[in-house]
Design a protein around this ligand. Structure first.
Ligand code: PEP
Ligand code: MG
Length: 754
């Protein structure tokens, strides 16, 4: 018997299309399909097995095996050769199947006389839907082209099955395979709030409508044209003076460019076209294969690369289909779903235009999470797999506090989420009632509650939340959202607006904290191996003094006549602080010489984010007017965990005895030096953590505005002396976390944590 001819797959695909277009039941069409495949591939047997509930592979149609076995023969995943194909998601090609250890004899099928076996998985979106097999009596190894041909048919079959074109996929009775099945994700709540809306994919999946081609020559030309267009657009990106890509961004795009010339990738797509697929189906086919391989290997580095290739394939598909070039109108109830997103991307969507955000990759202190909080967008992170599962327009319900996401939820879940939203609103109203009451403990200790901000639209919350001022204004956010570096006049106007909206309340401006995961879209940046330990914050300010001086110049002008509070980020040593302060003093002097209006007072603080500075508290307190603990960065360095890496970011708890002991020592040293101390990391906004911090002696906390209410409520129900005694004792323990003990204590004393 001759292997399938070069026109075999094309002929097969044409017949497949004809069969799909024919009227009749799904079973009739499947029966026809197996008989056509068997005849074109000169095989005595062709069978289709599809997955059913309980991970069983059921024989759905066969040519050559006993017809009574159809819908009766069922194999478990991994059972028999068919189960083996499904488990490995790879082709199995054997000349002597019965002697293979995976062979499982099923008398009802009557397959005794067949020696050779070729099985390929029916795969779509990295999921195995079933297995397609051919068998022959004579012992022989199937040729490479035959394997390819069967794989191509299987791919089209998968698409047909998934789209319900062949029969209602619900008939499969395999809930897991239904593309419209409801799905729940128990992930990580990163910004509280409830959203019920519809999915908008941040990078939408391009839908391939046409799978089977009439003329491969035309398809090859279409692929070449699209590759040309793709290369051109990548080159344009690299050359664009507007984007002025640098550092990691540039490197990513340069790697993209290399990929577009990858001969292996191009050859695989061309081969796929030669089997009878359209150019877009060929792109998908190659991408699906790669995803499967990567999933099997489970190598995180390869997975990263696969993300890149996925992006590239998506772009290529857009070139082929002309889709998604223009920006889509957002529906009024948009919930964004994305694998990952930068802070600037999120800000691009503007406040009020999206109800919620679900990401596969994001940790609590990553900057996209901080921006989401500042925009008041409920956010769930670590929702693994959601971008593959979600389709644009799907109903979705998100709870950003407990980290729950329901995709295509049943109506009861929607109702429950609506109720949750109402309950939260009620809670907010409860906090509003205590807005003007002081944050004072039962034993009379006053706590200053400040809020964190970064964009102008945060400012109205200063009054709405009842905060005592802005304890941390992250100025870099304003720089990150623009296309170009803001000019001096724009910076001045911006800071003035912030100060005006704060009125009498103080605002602490942190000078540019760039680097790490905060990069300017328009600046040239070198790629670094460890960006969070790299050229960041004050280090940049000292190496590029013009940047800091310009910003200070704008701030001095904006605060003319009042008090200007500056905070220097990531100070590692006193000398560094002094050097930056000298630059600030030069600007003050310059303004004086030029007789520019000036603030009455300029206070300069240091952020304690690097452990080394904790050993220099008395000295830094002599140089700085105040110190603010940036616990997000501080604990990243204390525990050596990358705060942006969800895999480790939560590995250690800030309520760990070492962390609390460190805070306790910092508070002591600051008090001895009579210095002003505050804490402005995320932990300040969590009631239990804040309770412990107050117990350790902190009296000023700065947090998200939405946390002011709950924290004030907690403060008004606690006794500082009692908490202090308890927490100090706990510092001597060796627990992984003191959270449970502290919660039990709070419950016992009636301290309100919600
Ligand atoms: C911190 O590190 O705790 C902090 C407040 O700064 P950021 O989160 O902006 O790095
Ligand atoms: Mg920081």
């Amino acid at each position: 018997m001759a292997p399938v001819s070069a026109r075999g797959p094309r002929l097969l695909l044409r017949r497949l299309r004809e069969i799909m277009a024919e009227p009749g039941s799904a079973q009739t069409r499947l029966n026809k399909l197996v008989s056509v495949i068997a005849s074109i591939m000169v095989a005595e047997v062709c069978s289709i097995y599809l997955r059913r509930a309980g991970n069983l592979l059921e024989l759905f149609a066969t040519e050559g095996l006993n017809p009574s076995a159809v819908h009766n023969t069922r194999l478990k995943q991994g059972e028999g050769l068919v189960g083996w194909v499904a488990e490995t998601a790879d082709a199995v090609n054997l000349s002597d199947a019965p002697s293979d250890p995976h062979f499982s004899y099923r008398p009802e099928t009557g397959e005794d006389p067949y020696k050779s076996f070729l099985g390929v998985p029916i795969v779509r979106g990295g999921q195995v839907f079933g297995v397609l097999t051919v068998q022959n009596k004579t012992a022989r190894q199937y040729a490479e082209e035959e394997v390819e041909a069967l794989q191509t048919v299987a791919m089209v079959l998968a698409e047909v099955v998934a789209q319900g074109n062949l029969f209602d996929i619900a008939e499969l009775d395999e809930p897991e395979l239904r593309p419209d099945r409801p799905l729940a994700f128990h992930a990580e709540g990163l910004c509280e709030g409830v959203a019920v809306g519809r999915v908008v994919l941040h990078e939408p999946r391009v839908r391939v409508e046409r799978m089977i081609a009439d003329n491969p020559v035309i398809e090859l030309k279409r692929l070449d044209d699209a590759i040309g267009g793709l290369r051109l657009s990548v080159d344009r990106m690299l050359d664009s003076s507007e984007l002025d890509l640098t550092g990691e961004g540039r490197e990513v795009i340069e790697t993209y460019r290399l990929f577009t010339y990858d001969q292996g990738w191009l050859a695989r797509m061309r081969d796929a076209i030669n089997t009878g697929l359209t150019a877009e189906a060929a792109v998908e086919r190659v991408q699906d294969d790669m995803r499967l391989r990567v999933n099997r290997l489970g190598d995180p580095l390869l997975r990263e690369r696969a993300h890149d290739l996925d992006d590239l394939a998506r772009r290529l598909l857009r070139h082929l289909t002309g889709d998604g070039e223009h920006e889509e109108e957002l529906p009024p109830d948009a919930v964004l779903v994305a694998r990952a997103m930068g802070p600037a991307d999120l800000v691009d969507y503007r406040r009020g235009r999206i109800l919620g955000l679900v990401l596969e990759e994001a940790a609590s202190t990553s900057h996209v999470a901080i921006v989401a909080r500042s925009m008041g967008v409920p956010l769930v992170g670590s929702a693994e797999g959601i971008t593959d599962a979600a389709r644009a327009g799907d109903p979705i319900a998100v709870d950003g506090e407990i980290g729950e996401v329901h995709l295509r939820p049943p109506s009861e879940i929607i109702l429950a989420f609506e109720a949750r939203r109402a309950m939260r609103a009620h809670r907010v109203a409860r906090f509003a009632r205590i807005r003007d009451l002081p944050a004072v403990t039962k034993d009379g200790v006053h706590i200053r509650l400040m809020m964190n901000a970064g964009l102008l639209f945060d400012m109205p919350q200063l009054h709405e939340s009842g905060a005592d001022g802005v304890g941390l204004f992250r100025t870099e956010l304003q720089f990150m959202i623009g296309e170009t570096m803001p000019r001096l006049a724009d910076q001045t106007a911006f800071y003035k607006q912030v100060l005006d909206s704060a009125g009498e309340k103080p605002v602490v401006f942190r000078t540019l904290d760039l680097g790490g995961d905060k990069v300017l879209p328009y600046a040239r940046w070198e790629r670094e191996e460890n960006p969070s330990l790299g050229w960041r914050a004050i280090r940049i300010a000292l190496d590029r003094p013009a940047l800091l001086r310009y910003q200070v110049r704008a701030l001095l002008a904006a605060a003319a006549g009042g008090t200007l509070r500056l905070l220097l980020p990531l100070v590692s040593e006193v000398a560094e602080f002094n050097a930056a302060r000298a630059l600030i003093d030069r600007e003050v002097e310059r303004a004086r010489l030029l007789s520019h209006p000036q603030p009455r007072q300029v206070l300069v603080g240091a952020m304690l984010e690097v452990p080394a500075l904790a050993f220099m508290l008395p000295q830094i307190m002599r140089s700085a007017d105040f110190v603010s603990i940036g616990s997000n960065d501080l604990f990243q360095f204390v525990f050596a965990v990358d705060r942006t890496n969800p895999r480790v970011a939560r590995r250690y708890d800030p309520l760990n005895p070492a962390a609390l002991t460190l805070i306790r020592q910092i508070v002591h040293s600051a008090a001895e030096a009579s210095g002003e101390l505050s804490l402005c990391g995320e932990m300040a906004g969590h009631p239990l953590d804040a309770m412990a911090l107050i117990g350790l002696g902190l009296r000023t906390l700065s947090m998200q505005p939405s946390h002011i209410g709950p924290i004030k409520m907690m403060i008004r129900s606690m006794n500082a002396a009692e908490v202090s005694e308890f927490v100090v004792k706990l510092c001597g323990r060796t627990d992984h976390s003191l959270r449970t003990r502290l919660s039990a204590f709070a419950a016992e004393r009636g301290i309100v944590l919600k």
